[in-house]
Write a protein that binds this ligand. Sequence first.
Ligand code: FUL
Length: 486
Amino acid sequence: MIKNLNKTIATIGMASLLFACQEKQEVKAPQAIGPTPSKEQLAWHDMEMNAFIHFTTNTFTGKEWGYGDESPEIFNPTDLDVDQWMETLQKAGFKGVILTAKHHDGFALFPSDYTEHDIANSPYKDGKGDLVKEVAESARVHGLKFGIYLSPWDRNREDYGEASYVEYYRNQLKEVFTNYGDIFEMWFDGANGGDGYYGGANEERRIDKQNYYDWPTTLAMVEEMQPAVLFFSDAGPDLRWVGNEDGVGGTTNWNIITPDTLYAGKPGIGDILQTGSEDGTDWIPAEVNTSIRPGWFYHKEEDSLVKSPKELFTTYLQSVGRGSTLLLNIPPDQRGQFHENDVASLLGMRKILDSVFAENLTKNAKISASNYRGKSEAYAPSNLIDDNADTYWVTDEGIIDSSVEIMFDSAKTVNFVLLQENIALGQRVEKFHIAAMIDGEWEQVAEGTTIGYKRILEIPSVETTAIKIEFEAAKATPVISNLEIY
Ligand code: FUL
């Protein structure tokens, strides 16, 4: 009897498994379209907020671009505390940190075998210090990924502009990529202002920005050492500049672009970098880099000009909230610490983020959609509010005009709507709007173009019992993985 019962259960089990398989066969998942992100790019999107750290002789001279003639003797932080930087960043919610291992002035924050213009010739730790090592190690201890900025432009080097300098630059890349563990992002700065010390020549030097560095060879060399690294430059190849340093991403922000029409430093590429191109050939998302202060380096006179928590929150909305990753610069002061004002602003921003995004109103709300693929639970609108980034809502093939509706159990005040596309399947949405049920009528309260990794729309604080997102145009059926309402 028991034997038979088991058999029956087994048969039922088989039947439902068969049914599930059939259902899966019938309701095909959407195919990826267009360029899609690599595994490393997907992980980078998930990081959302990274920190930039600008630190060199400029911190002690008050300059923004060191001329290259600064003596290493002046690099002398009196009370350096890398853990204070990392603790602050961790508390504020940053996931990665990128350090200027060498800025345009050429001073290396690590002991380099290829120059005397480095930390080994400074008073810091009697010449035994290595800040790249210290930061890399402390970052890891604090759960932050580590990245490198190594300025291609070098105003110190005598041979800048000649082939031997490119070799020097590559040798320093070898040093940083072999001595300090995994590097998640390499930041290639396109800036090249022309004049400099250049070993005493004190002159203006122009290079052929497109060809001088022979980037393909350099990148292949670095990739061989660390295949998972993502390269940032004005035009990629993995991450692109957003076209401004004000912390503002595009409200239309395609993660795709055609890179062979661009190169670092090309004049007038700002607009296209900002929006990307819907029909671009490569997945090269925009990173929004900006500083917490007017300058990239610490200057005492800017202590009162540190962005307030509210300003940083706006920066967050204009970068992460527009589908980009934020790279926020916090420059250590002459002690070698984040200044108290910067720390207060960062923690203040965290407080705002935690309070604004504390109560997700989709919890305990009802959700429905105008259509969902094959009426299969695998693609149902409930996937939008299940806290699982891997599941998604998607309509039947070819159905773009579609909507989802969230009904609250009572009237709620809504300030923000957050949407995420499942970008692993390509970026799709071109146009959508949001309506709120106000006094029994749908009223449009916001509209948008692209969504991408994340889009946060600010709603003018409405009292409503329901919210509707209507998709109007897309490259293919929208594939939305997450909806949050605050
Ligand atoms: C620019 C540089 O010239 C600035 O000094 C800073 O490093 C910024 C992030 O990039 O191109």
